[in-house]
Every structure is written in structure tokens, then in C-alpha cells.
Design a protein around this ligand. Sequence first.
Ligand code: ISL
Length: 571
Amino acid sequence: ADDAPWWTGAVVYQIYPRSFQDSDGDGVGDLRGVLQRIDHLVELGVDVVWFSPIYRSPQDDNGYDISDYQDVDQLFGTLEDLDEVVAALHARGIKVVMDLVVNHTSDEHPWFVESRSSVDSPKRDWYWWRPARPGMAPGTPGAEPTNWGSFFSGPTWEYDQATGEYYLHLFSRKQPDLNWENPQVRQAVYAMMRWWLDRGIDGFRMDVINLISKAVREDGSLADGPATTGALGDGSAQYTHGPRLHEFLQEMHHEVFDGRRDGLLLVGETPGATVEDGRLFTDPARRELDMVFTFEHVGLDHGPGGKYDPRPLDLRDLKAVLGRWQAGLADVGWNSLYWDNHDQPRIVSRFGDDGEYRRESATMLATVLHLHRGTPYVYQGEELGMTNAHLRSLDDYRDIEALRYVAQTRAQGHVSDDAVLAGLMAMSRDNARTPVQWDASRHAGFTTGEPWLPVNPNHRSVNAEAERADPSSVFHHYRRLIALRHDDPVVRLGDFTMLLPEHPHVYAFTRALDGVRLLVLGSFSGDEQAVEVGPGWDDAEVVLGNHAEPARVAGGAAALRPWEAVVLRTA
Ligand code: ISL
């Protein structure tokens, strides 16, 4: 078993630097702040830190709009600060993965500034410039080259008066898409990636990497997508898993990673990827990526009106989706495992209970996730059981996606402000972006200034100091789960078998390796739940649980208390 790659036994911790720790009192987290909190990461036991973007950026999308890939934004510090952080983490045995945002740049990146300067610019073709729809006056409503709607509301095309053409932006108008068809673009990106590896970083988390290839027709035009509600269409079939995607990834692998030292981590963010796509990306023989983030499980509570129109999770759907990814990547490829990141609401508020059973449900959710086969990702604050922000006024939101959504719904006028607010409170990305709660003091130890996004008032009880002091806390439970993955080859590599797929409230599965078996039970319910797990588990050893007296199996059955999780072992 142990020619398996190192990352099969690793746990990754995501830092969103803006909200992690401020060192200079400007209310925004920074790299010197990270230096103050390295002991926390060491105590938790994580193997890798992934940093959301700290590059130079106008911060239109909190750094996912990059104007210089080879410098650090002054908001976060300097390149020298980053070197210090990397050295400090390496000294504690923690690897560093950088976010890589190369589907698009900032409109303030010199490449784009040059590209937009004239139709004859040598960099014109580095981005997607297109004329107005034939027969329509440029710049008038509906004259965009295609009908595609942007991830951040409105059209994906921005009209540029000076040159009379439009440029493509799948995200905000300050995030123009790079044209990967152009080999110079690809070489510039690969050179930048090599520069970072030479500087000593250990891999990349590749932002929306499955959107880089667009389906361009012979005549250079792009096709409309099917109509959606409103005037815009869904262009995703034209830019998700486009025709040259795998070619580009293999070329990147060859140009950037071939012949490099072992120990790198390459993870792709791939919204819309199916299990079949996942196999193609992560089959080692294809030399593309090590693992990808699926979005299927975090779309299950999106309602008919989309993400801001949530509906309750049906646990059977969650088991079906994650079970399918486990089965589909069992013989080839590898899964990444996550509940939270900087784009998702907090899992304890989303699939758990952030009131009475906060501790129980947060530890149950962690147990279920971390016992899957794959590489777990912990998003800052998740290990403290941090909850949604509960921001109660539309004016409190800062995320561009949320702000654009509010503006759009108001312009269209068919969703009330109350309904919009309810959607944001449940689903906004800002839920994940409130500052990390380190202690009970005024701004939770995050900053001495005014935080850029308010600290959650529940920091008086939910904070790292309190979590550290309580052996049964969410934090100590995460420590145990991470240690278990390091120590137990069954957790790392064992076969996965889903049990009880039709049970509406209990998540149950086994892992097995070399005759050793683990049974994992997790209750997604505030009521007692009885389950039949079959023979072989009576009197099994308790590996881990989240209640003082963990449930045992007797006569093939177990009774789980509210939000209980238990892991049993037989040999
Ligand atoms: O957050 C989302 C769902 O509401 C997605 O649409 C998200 O924008 C998408 O998954 C891509 O995310 C990544 O790229 C974006 C950036 O805003 C996100 O923060 C990043 O994770 C553009 O760079």
C-alpha cells in the first residue's frame, strides 16, 4: 500500500488571509498575522496550508482579480514576509500551496491594459475580444457577442468604447478571461508557475481550472447558450470542460511539473465536474492533477431559484453524491473532501445545528467527512465550529457576488428585499469570511482596529481559546481526526462501502483494508436514531466518538443520540 502518494495521508488547511489574523491594525488580515498563529496550525496537526490569493490585486473579488502574479499585495505584506511565512511553515513540517488564478486576470494587469489599448496591440489576442452581435449597434442592450450570464450576475461581456469591441469576463468586469488558445498566454502562465516553485512553494490550488478552454468556432465566434430566467442565457456548455482543457492541463504538467521534486500538491477547483471528469483529471497516468474539488454535494441545498433560494438538505442525496464519487474514484484517481471554503456557508449552520447542538453537529460532520477516502480540507474556523455570520442587513454584505445579486434582484423587482436577505443569510460567501475567532475580546483577537467584516458576536463563547480549554471541543475533535488519518492506514487507504443509503437521518459506511474494518455512523438529527448495521460489530472497539459514552452496537443495532458520531473498529 505504501507506494501511495504522500497526500493520501495529508490534511490541508485553507487560510483566507484577509480574515485570518491582522498584525498592523488596519482591520485586514496579513502575512505577519499568519506568523503569529503558526502554533495553532501545528497543534491542529495539518500537513499543508493553502493560501487564498495574496498577490497584488485591486481586491474587486478579494484577490481573485490579480494585477501582478509575482508580487504580494501591500494589504498582506511583502514578498519577504511571504518568504518568512513559507520558511516558518516549512520549519514546522507544513507545506505551502498557493492559489493559482489563471482563468482570468485583473483588468488592471499590465497584460490587459496593453490588450485593451488598441485592436492592433500585440496582446490583443491574450483576452477574448469580440465585436457586437451582427446587425446590432455596439454597446446597446442585447448587442453582446453571446447571451451568456456571468457568475456574478449580468452579461459576461463588457463593452469597451475606445476600441468598439467587447471583452469576456465570466466573473466580474474587473476579471477579464485570458485566452488560453494563444500559446504565448500559456507560456507566460507556465513561466510564472515555475517561478513560484523555484521560490519553494509546494503546489497550487487552481481556481476554476476547468473553465480555461472555451468552445470557439471555425470563424472565431462563440455560441449562445440556452435561455434562462431573465434575458441572459446559460453559456456553461461553451466554457466548462471545453474542447482543449485536457490538452492544456497535460501541457501545463509537462512544462511546469515534469522532473520536479516529489512532494507537490496539484488540486483543481472544478465547478460542474462529474465523476467521469474527475477520473480524467486525477488518473495519475494522464499527468494532469492530483485531485479536484467537486461541487455536487454543495449544490444539493440549492433551490429552484438557485443558490440564494435554498432548500433543506435531503441526507439521502448527500449519501448518493458522495458515495458515487467514492465509488467512481476507487480504482483510479483520488478525491478531495471538503465542507467549507471561502465560497460556502459554514457547514455547522448549513447541514448541522449551530444552536443547541453546535459542538455535537460540528464534530459529527467532521467525523463523517474525514473518515471518507480522500484528502480532507479544513477551512479556517471550521476547526473551531465557527457558524454563519448572521449579518442582518443587506448593507452588511461585502462580497461582490452578493452585492451584484442584490443589485440585480432590485433592478428586476420580483424578489423582495426580505427574501434576498434570507437567501444571503443562509448562503452568502461572507458567512465564511468573518474574522477567525481567536478569543473572547472585542474583535476576537483578530485585529486592534476595525475589522473589514464584522466579527461574529458569538465569538464570546465560540473561540479558539475556549476550544483549546475544553477536551471535548470541536478543535480537539479535529486534532483527533487528523492524527487518526496520520496513524491509521485504513483511514488513509481503506475501501469505502456506503451503508443504509435510504436512511433519512443517519450517514453510515465502512472502510476496510487488510482484514481491518472501520464502521462510521453519523446522525444528522437532533432526535435519537435507531439503526441496524448488521452482524460483526457487536463489542467492536470504539476508535472515536463525540459523546462521553459513545454508542455501541448490540445485536447488530445501535441507538444514536442527537448528532452523534462514532467510529468502531474490528480486526
Ligand atoms: O461561489 C460560487 C458559487 O456562488 C461560485 O460561483 C464561484 O464563484 C466559483 O466556484 C469559482 O470560485 C472561484 O473563482 C472565483 C472566486 O470568486 C472564488 O472565490 C473562487 O473560489 C473567481 O476567481
